[in-house]
Design a protein around this ligand. Structure first.
Ligand SMILES: Nc1nc2c(ncn2[C@@H]2O[C@H](COP(=O)(O)OP(=O)(O)O)[C@@H](O)[C@H]2O)c(=O)[nH]1
Ligand SMILES: [Mg+2]
Length: 570
């Protein structure tokens, strides 16, 4: 059948969608979901696709079970001689052996079944070199003329191996089997790990046969009923069970009669096409039926990842948005007008002489105040400097607060600690923000002087502005803006007398009240814009962390669409 076969196309799409589901954040039972994802993606490639392409392909029996349960001994006994040179490379390592009749060699040596496992048909030392060099697992395909055509056996690694790679490989191989031949022993059959696998075989409808090995002489009457009761409890009551007694091994093999019954079962399968296809179909349909809930498990885990990322992002965006808002309020709250230097500015422009001038006649104000201020340029520069540093401190305080708030909030949210990755530099503002704050405040002060010049020109008040000095007017404007929410506007000048009130009076004398309000508002917007883009630098540090730790977003829609396409193709 061609690869255009819609079911195969749908399965490929599903495997791709599974593989691109990252599940990077350690939230909830993500480890289990990752296992489901990996195992299903493998099973699609290793088993479902090749099996669907060739339903009459030889039956693959995978011999699985715990360490020392006798898998290799049984495989050797079935074949009739030791298939792997003892002590050189035992099949419990990452070079499992596939035994098949020479007629079936082309099918198994080709890349259809278990396509990601390189084949090795040469010497064991080659396999050893490859595995030891860290190149990963290989599948040794060994032809055995004694076997019947139509049936192959893999001696799988231990399901309870101490090495994770071995355990994963055992799982991968079992998921590629048409029939599990599961080995356990009289002393180990109650262990937890085998039962996890057996229950899975049951859930998936995988064809299964069990060998219970090394039964001490006379213990059969006691052990078998107990084991059978356990199987019945696991809803595995009808499973074919092959007891093997504890006997002396000869050349690493059991006496032929010990596996008589098992051998007959295997030969029966190899020679009877109908029975073989029953076994194949049971496992195939079981695996295909299990796809829906397995994909949904992965998709649900993907949704949880996306939700966690959204929550982290939203918390961060909210904190930075609030910071900008609060800062904006604080700037015009009058808070910045505290400080000795500003008091002196007040004293400077608030002398009785000036106040009188301001209150009597505008022209007088222009002349007197102008000459007054021009005569004290150092005072203006000092006030400007004080404003600069107070404002800078304020910005850094807010940025520090925002960074600390995001870090704290993230540590409390699922996945947040992992995303932060122990980076304590995120607990405060960035270096870039702190240097940026000082240059942005200076740049903003230049903005203000530009505004003053521009408005002055349009109002044809250039001469007056020059008379006062642009810098003094700029300072006065900043002072007014810092008190904007203090009620010191328009007709309230008299009530709001003080630094801001005086500054406002001066500016109103020059530009008119309405223009002063507009100037202050515009100056504030310019400042907030600069601060907002500065805060973006810090917010971006968190966005980068999120992107690095959990990206791209899980495409669970694609996963579910691929599942739908698969269901339709079925
Ligand atoms: N005496 C005896 N030893 C056995 C029997 N089955 C396995 N063994 C021994 O148990 C150990 C583990 O067996 P092996 O086939 O390598 O188990 P595997 O890890 O499942 O492949 C080996 O030393 C075997 O010689 C048996 O029925 N009788
Ligand atoms: Mg072994």
């Amino acid at each position: 059948m061609s690869s255009e076969f819609p079911l195969v196309v749908a399965l490929h799409r599903l495997a791709d969608a599974l593989r691109s589901t990252g599940l990077q954040l350690e939230i909830g039972d993500v480890a289990a979901a990752r296992d489901v994802r990996d195992e299903l993606a493998h099973q699609i490639d290793d088993y479902l696709v090749p099996r669907l392409k060739r339903l009459d392909a030889p039956l693959l029996v995978v011999l699985g079970g715990s360490t020392g349960s006798g898998k290799s001994t049984i495989a050797n006994t079935i074949v009739g001689h030791e298939v792997s040179a003892a002590g050189v490379l035992r099949p419990t390592t990452r070079a499992p052996v596939l035994l098949c009749h020479p007629d079936d060699q082309p099918w198994f040596a080709g890349g259809d079944v278990l396509p990601d496992l390189p084949r090795l048909t040469g010497e064991t030392t080659e396999a050893l070199t490859r595995v030891r060099s860290g190149a990963g697992s290989v599948l040794r395909v060994v032809t055995v003329p004694e076997l019947h055509p139509g049936l192959a056996i893999i001696d799988a690694p231990d399901i309870d191996s101490v090495e994770e790679a071995n355990r994963n490989l055992a799982t991968q191989l079992l998921a590629a089997a048409d029939l599990w031949l599961f080995a356990t022993t009289a002393s180990r059959y109650a262990d937890a790990v085998p039962w996890d696998f057996l229950r899975q075989a049951k859930v998936r409808g995988t064809s299964l046969a069990i060998v219970i090995n090394r039964i001490p002489p006379g213990a059969e009457q006691e052990i078998l009923p107990h084991f059978e009761a356990m199987l019945a409890d696991a809803d595995l009551g009808g499973v074919a069970l092959f007891p093997i007694g504890q006997v002396e091994l000869v050349d690493g093999m059991l006496p032929a009669e010990a596996i008589d019954e098992l051998g007959r079962m295997l030969v029966g399968l190899a020679t009877d096409a109908e029975r073989r296809s029953e076994v194949v179909r049971a496992t195939l349909h079981g695996a295909m039926d299990s796809i829906d809930s397995r994909v949904r498990t992965v998709a649900a885990a993907g949704d949880r990842q996306n939700r966690a990322v959204d929550e982290l992002r939203q918390s961060m965006e909210r904190i930075y948005r609030n910071t900008t808002d609060r800062l904006s309020d604080d700037i015009s709250s009058g808070h910045l007008l505290r400080g000795e230097v500003l008091d002196r500015w007040q004293e400077l422009i608030g002398t009785a002489e000036l106040m009188q001038a301001v209150q009597s006649r505008i022209s007088l104000v222009r002349d007197r105040v102008g000459s007054f201020l021009r005569g004290r340029p150092a005072a203006t520069a000092e006030v400007q400097g004080e404003i600069t540093s107070t404002l800078e401190r304020l910005l850094v305080d807010y940025a520090d607060g925002a960074a600390a708030a995001v870090s704290t909030s993230w540590r409390d949210l699922p996945g947040g600690t992992q995303v932060l990755g122990g980076d304590r530099s995120l607990d405060r503002s960035s270096e870039q923000f702190r240097t940026g704050a000082s240059s942005e405040v200076r740049a903003w002060q230049d903005d203000i002087l530009g505004l003053v010049r521009e408005r002055g020109a349009s109002k044809r008040t250039t001469a007056r502005i020059l008379a006062f000095g642009v810098n003094s007017i700029g300072v006065a404007l900043m002072v007014v803006l810092f008190a904007q929410t203090g009620g010191i506007t328009g007709g309230e000048i008299a009530i709001g007398a003080g630094t801001a009130g005086l500054s406002q009076t001066l500016l109103s004398a020059l530009f008119g009240e309405q223009a002063v309000r507009e100037l202050a508002t515009e100056a504030k917007h310019l400042l907030i814009d600069r601060v907002a883009s500065l805060l973006e630098i810090d917010a971006n540090r968190f966005r980068t962390k999120l992107w690095t730790a959990a990206s791209p977003p899980e495409r669970t829609v694609e996963l579910r669409d691929a599942l739908d396409e698969y269901e339709r193709a079925r």
